[in-house]
Write a protein that binds this ligand. Sequence first.
Ligand code: FES
Length: 152
Amino acid sequence: MSDLDEFLEQSQDLLLAEVREHYSEKVVDHWQHPRNPRVMHGPDGHALRQGECGDDMEIFLRIRGGRVTEASFMTDGCLTSIVTGSMAVELATGRNVGEARAISARDILDGLDGLPGESEHCAELASETLRAAVKDYLLSQREPWKKIYQQD
Ligand code: FES
């Protein structure tokens, strides 16, 4: 192993140890293996929201027979933005639209076994974005032409 490889490995170990000190194992898992972090082409529901911190959260939904069959997210935010987006799409997948719309920040926080208080607003941003993506889908079902002109 080269000196550079060794240095990188040690840095990663240190970072992981630091994250483990402050966050739950579920947070570590979603940070290391985020669920479906990608742009979805031709989603049935989509929303982009910006938090007060300036981070963007984007959620895409594929919906068949009134059920979320696939959900994905993108964010330019930090670790807690990534894990809350990841948990939001994990919780939404397989749910009917009413259930997906009802997923709250508390559900996301519980799914992650909590976050430090100063990071709880990230779960608010993820749940708000998910709700907006479901609304986008519902709007397109009611009045398809509106989706073309109206940003949710
Ligand atoms: Fe920006 Fe969490 S720090 S949404």
